[in-house]
Design a protein around this ligand. Structure first.
Ligand code: MF3
Ligand code: CO
Ligand code: CO
Length: 272
C-alpha cells in the first residue's frame, strides 16, 4: 500500500478506472456550460452539478466535506467557483454572476474509488478583450505544459513551459498551489509546479497520473485568502484564470483523461 509519501505508478486497471472518472468530471463541465449565464448564482451552479454527479453519474463530488489539514472548516460545497479576482477554491454562494464576469468551475468526481479532476474558464455574457485574452493565454499555458509530458522529460519542463508563456504575455504564475498526483487519493504527494527550470525536478515515467492546473494572474502573483479560509484571491485584485486536466503518462507521451464531447480542443499553436 502507498503511504502517500511516494510516487504512485498506476497499473492497467487503475488507468481504466481513471479514464472513467476523468470522463465523468469533464462531462459535468459540459453539462453545466449552458447554465453559466448572467443572473445565475454560484449556489445554483453547485446544486445543478451536485445533483448531476450524485443522481445521473452515481458518483460523489470529491470537494464536498474535503478536509485540508491547514483549513479549519471542511470544504462545504460540491464544486469550486472562482470569479474574476478569485484564483481558486471559491465557495459557491448566493453571489449572482453578472455580464462581463469570468469564472473558473472546478469539478472533481469520485467514482469506483478513483478521482477525476478538471476545470475550465467561462465568460459570462460579454467580457472585455483583456479578460478573454487572460483566459486564452492560460488555456495555452495548460496545453504547453501538457505537451511536455513524456517519459524522459522532467516535471520542471512542464513548469518552465507554463511560466515562460505566461510571463511572455505579461502575466504572473501563482506559486501557492500546484498540480498533483491523483488516483484513489484526491491529492497525492506528487507536486506539479507551474513554474520552474528545464530538466529540473523529478523525471517523468509511464504510469504517472497527475493534474496540470496553472493559475495565471493578470497582475502580480501574490495571493491573499478570504476569511472563509478557502478562497484564494489576487492581492492586487487583478483578474486570475485557471484551466485543469488530469493527464496519464504513456510509453511515448501523454493521454488526457478528462475528455468529453464539448471540451475545448487543444490550441493549434500557443507560440505567438
Ligand atoms: N479541484 C481542486 C484541485 O484542482 C481542489 C479542490 S479542493 C476543495 O485540486 F476542497 F477546495 F474543493
Ligand atoms: Co486538481
Ligand atoms: Co480541480
Amino acid at each position: 500500500m502507498n503511504n502517500n509519501h511516494e510516487i504512485i505508478i498506476k497499473n492497467q486497471f487503475d488507468i481504466e478506472q481513471m479514464r472513467i472518472s476523468g470522463k465523468l468530471a469533464a462531462e459535468v463541465l459540459d453539462f453545466i456550460t449552458p447554465y453559466v449565464v448572467p443572473g445565475v448564482s454560484t449556489n445554483e451552479l453547485d446544486k445543478l452539478c451536485h445533483d448531476f454527479i450524485v443522481n445521473v453519474q452515481e458518483a460523489y463530488p470529491s470537494p464536498l466535506n474535503y478536509v485540508n489539514g491547514s483549513n479549519v472548516m471542511p470544504y462545504p460545497k460540491s464544486i469550486c467557483t472562482s470569479v474574476n479576482n478569485e484564483i481558486c477554491h471559491g465557495i459557491p454562494s448566493p453571489r449572482i454572476l453578472k455580464d462581463g464576469d469570468i469564472i473558473n468551475i472546478d469539478v472533481t468526481v469520485y467514482k469506483n474509488s478513483y478521482h477525476g479532476d478538471t476545470s475550465r474558464m467561462f465568460c459570462v455574457g460579454n467580457t472585455t478583450q483583456h479578460a478573454r485574452r487572460l483566459c486564452q493565454v492560460t488555456f495555452e499555458c495548460l496545453w504547453l505544459g501538457i505537451e511536455q509530458v513524456k517519459p524522459g522529460n522532467y516535471l520542471g519542463d512542464i513548469g518552465f513551459a507554463i511560466q515562460n508563456h505566461a510571463q511572455n504575455n505579461g502575466y504572473s504564475v501563482v506559486r501557492e498551489f500546484c498540480g498533483h498526483g491523483i488516483g484513489k487519493i484526491f491529492h497525492e504527494d506528487l507536486q506539479i509546479l507551474h513554474y520552474g527550470r528545464p530538466k529540473s525536478g523529478i523525471k517523468i515515467v509511464p504510469g504517472m497520473i497527475f493534474t496540470i492546473e496553472p493559475m495565471i494572474n493578470q497582475g502580480r502573483k501574490e495571493v491573499r485568502f478570504l476569511s472563509d479560509g478557502w478562497t484564494a484571491v489576487t492581492k492586487d485584485r487583478s483578474l486570475s484564470a485557471q484551466w485543469e486536466h488530469t493527464i496519464l503518462v504513456t510509453d511515448n507521451g501523454y493521454e488526457v483523461l478528462t475528455i468529453s464531447p464539448k471540451m475545448p480542443p487543444q490550441p493549434q499553436s500557443a507560440n505567438r
